[in-house]
Design a protein around this ligand. Structure first.
Ligand code: GLN
Length: 307
């Protein structure tokens, strides 16, 4: 398939939409990002990459990091993890408090903020301290992406901590239900640090190969998780990866995917490739507006959805 021509067509078709989304402004450090930027990269199993747009530009991966922390937590805690988080779509915004109250502090899934905060808490327990958790999460992401240059942006994580009242409220609520082991501020600041990791679409699409290949990297041959765990992560990405727009994403794109409020989206084409797309303008549910459209065009044009 001529992937490069398909990417060129997509770039042309999304161009009129580039000013339609709204950049996340509840994190002041992200409010300054220009909305009309776009990049998309496909990484195949032999490492071949096809890109369009600003595929070397680093951006804040935000909630995409939840895929990596969920992977690590599953690796260490296996099914015990589901004693503390569920694996059902929430049908609510990513930072909603309401459901958490009536479900007694047990988050619906690892991709809404509350669930990801629990996952971070389990990783702090596993690694022994916040510092070690930050260091080891970063190392794991570098390994999975085969890229040692990846780093977290302290300006972004500090900015989010200064305005993190809602995430602190989620963590406090879970603490009141005895579902948080470590100190609220420590867990939330560790969570913000992994959200503030910066990557570009080349790195992110490369990082998805283990999920497209039953848990093992098809290039380095390194095995990160079991095939059954990879299946489950993909399933949770499909059903929960876009919060209250997960149904819409499955309907329009038809691939396991995960978005972040930095405007990035990763998607997995099983047994074939990893995809990443970036455009900072978001839709009402906090997912990249153009990014979702680009992925929809991609699966329509190639037939490469899972359905
Ligand atoms: N760090 C962001 C937050 O907690 C991540 C949200 C997202 O990317 N959807 O609000």
């Amino acid at each position: 398939m001529d992937y490069q021509s398909i990417l060129n067509e997509i770039a042309e078709e999304i161009a009129p939409l580039l000013n339609d989304g709204k950049v996340a402004n509840y994190i002041p450090a992200l409010a300054q990002v220009k909305p009309n930027q776009f990049a998309m990269t496909l990484t195949l199993f032999d490492g071949t990459q096809h890109s369009i747009g600003q595929s070397d530009t680093l951006f804040s991966i935000q909630s995409i990091s939840k895929v990596f922390t969920f992977t690590l937590a599953l690796k260490f805690f296996s099914t015990d993890l589901y004693k503390r988080i569920s694996r059902e779509p929430s049908g609510n915004p990513f930072n909603s408090l309401v459901q958490l109250e009536y479900e007694h502090g047990k988050p619906r899934n690892p991709f809404i903020n509350a669930g990801a905060i629990i996952v971070t808490d389990t990783l702090i327990n596993h690694f022994g301290s916040c510092e070690l958790a930050c260091k080891d999460i970063l190392e794991f992401i570098r390994e999975i992406s085969d890229d040692l240059s990846i780093n977290s942006n302290d300006v972004v994580s500090t900015s989010e901590m200064e305005h993190g009242h809602r995430n602190l409220a989620l963590a406090n609520l879970m603490k009141s239900f005895n579902n948080l082991d470590n100190k609220v501020e420590d867990v939330v600041s560790t969570y913000f640090k992994h959200c503030a990791l910066e990557m570009n679409t080349k790195m992110l699409s490369r990082s998805m190969l283990y999920l497209a290949n039953h848990g093992s990297d098809p290039i380095t041959k390194q095995c990160f998780i079991t095939p059954s765990q990879a299946k489950r992560i993909n399933a949770v990405m499909l059903t929960c990866g876009h919060y209250d727009a997960s149904g819409d994403f499955a309907f329009r794109v038809g691939l396991p995917g995960k978005s972040g409020v930095g405007g990035g989206i990763v998607a997995v084409v099983p047994k074939l490739m990893g995809i990443a797309v970036w455009s900072p303008g978001l839709n009402a549910q906090g997912n990249s507006l153009v990014g979702t459209k680009a992925l929809e065009l991609f699966t329509d044009k190639t037939g490469l959805s899972i359905f």
